[in-house]
Design a binder for this molecule. Structure first.
Ligand code: SF4
Ligand code: SF4
Length: 305
C-alpha cells in the first residue's frame, strides 16, 4: 500500500520513475564487479576497490536495510547548436549531486509524514551503491550494452538516486533486456571502450580520460572527437534515446560554457577565472579547472583555422 503512495510522492518532486527492490545480496553483480576490477578496467579509480562488501550487499552499508527506492531524474536538455567543445549533457547545469540530494531529502520528509517509522539514507552517485544493478532490479530499466540504464519510452539521459530504508515495501519486478540485436553503441564508440556487452574499459573511455584521470588525457584529438568533458556518443546513437524529452528543472539549464565558441575559449585562455566561474558548483568541478582548461585549449588549438 505504501509503495504506491511513495511513488506518487516521488513524482511530485519531479522524479520520472521510482522502483523498489528488496535489500539483499547481489551475487551476479558481485562477480561481475570483481572480474572488472581484476581486469584493471577501472584505471586510476582505486576507490572502486574499496568497500566491496558494502557495494555488493547494502545491508553492510545501512544497518537494518530492508528496501531500496531507486529513482530516476531526467537531465536531457533542449537541443543545442553544434560546438567543437563538447560537454556531456549531464554536466550542463548545476551539480546534480546537490540538486538531486535536495529533492531526495524533501521526498524523505514527505515519506516520514506518511510513515512516521520510516528511516533511510539518501544517495546520489556518492557511496558504494551499485546503482545501475539496483535500478534494473527495481524495474527502472535495463542495463544496456553501453552499460547505462535504459528505460522504455525515455532512453538513458537520467540520473539515478537511491533511498535505502529500513521498512519492508512491495518490491517491483526487475526489468528485462530490450537491446536485442542492436550493437549501435559498440559500433559507434570511437575508442572501442565497450569491450563486450555491458563492459567498459574505462581507460579507453573518453569520459574517464577527460574527467576521472588525474593526468592529462592520452587520447588523440581525433579519438576524443571534440569532447572536452565526458562523452555522450554511446547515448546519442542509442535508438531508445529518440524518446528523450527535455527536462524542466531550472537548475539544469545549460551554463554559457556549454555553447562557448572558439572565440570565447580564446578569451578564456587569457583569463582562467572565466572558466572557474562557469564550472563552480557544476558537475564539471570534479575534473578541476586545470584539466578542463587544458582540454578546452587543446581543442582550441585543433580548431584554429
Ligand atoms: S562514453 Fe564515449 S568513449 Fe566511453 S564508451 Fe561511450 S562512446 Fe565510448
Ligand atoms: S545502442 Fe543499442 S545495444 Fe547500445 S544500449 Fe542502445 S539499444 Fe542497447
Amino acid at each position: 500500500m505504501y509503495s504506491d503512495r511513495i511513488k506518487q510522492l516521488s513524482y511530485k518532486h519531479g522524479f520520472l520513475a521510482c522502483g523498489i527492490a528488496k535489500a539483499e545480496n547481489l551475487p551476479l553483480a558481485s562477480r561481475q564487479l570483481k572480474d572488472w576490477l581484476d581486469m584493471g578496467y577501472h584505471g586510476e579509480m582505486a576507490y572502486l576497490e574499496n568497500h566491496f562488501d558494502k557495494r555488493t550487499d547494502l545491508r553492510n552499508l545501512v544497518e537494518g536495510a530492508k528496501s531500496i527506492l531507486c529513482l530516476a531524474f531526467n537531465y536531457f536538455p533542449e537541443p543545442r547548436n553544434k560546438t567543437d567543445f563538447k560537454i556531456a549533457r549531464y554536466a550542463y547545469g548545476d551539480d546534480y549531486h546537490i540538486v538531486i540530494k535536495e529533492k531526495l531529502f524533501a521526498l524523505m520528509a514527505d515519506i516520514q509524514n506518511l510513515i512516521p517509522s520510516f528511516t533511510g539514507r539518501a544517495f546520489v552517485d556518492s557511496a558504494p551503491v551499485m546503482e545501475r544493478q539496483w535500478a534494473e532490479r527495481a524495474g527502472i530499466g535495463w542495463i544496456g550494452k553501453n552499460s547505462l540504464i535504459l528505460r522504455k519510452g525515455v532512453g538513458s539521459y537520467f540520473f539515478l538516486a537511491e533511498i535505502i530504508c529500513t521498512i519492508e515495501l512491495d518490491a517491483d519486478k526487475p526489468e528485462t533486456d530490450h537491446c536485442g540485436t542492436c550493437t549501435a553503441c559498440i559500433d559507434a564508440c570511437p575508442t572501442q571502450a565497450i569491450v563486450q556487452s555491458q563492459v567498459i574499459d574505462s581507460r579507453l573511455c573518453i569520459s574517464y580520460q577527460t574527467i576521472e584521470k588525474k593526468e592529462p588525457s592520452t587520447l588523440s584529438i581525433e579519438e576524443s572527437k571534440s569532447w572536452i568533458y565526458g562523452c555522450d556518443i554511446c547515448q546519442e546513437v542509442c535508438p531508445w534515446n529518440r524518446f528523450a524529452e527535455a527536462n524542466n528543472e531550472p537548475r539544469f539549464s545549460p551554463r554559457d560554457i556549454v555553447d562557448w565558441s572558439a572565440e570565447e575559449w580564446r578569451i578564456a585562455s587569457k583569463d582562467l577565472s572565466l572558466i572557474k566561474k562557469q564550472i563552480t558548483r557544476s558537475a564539471m568541478e570534479r575534473a578541476g579547472i586545470e584539466k578542463i582548461a587544458s582540454q578546452g585549449f587543446t581543442q582550441l588549438n585543433a580548431t584554429k583555422p
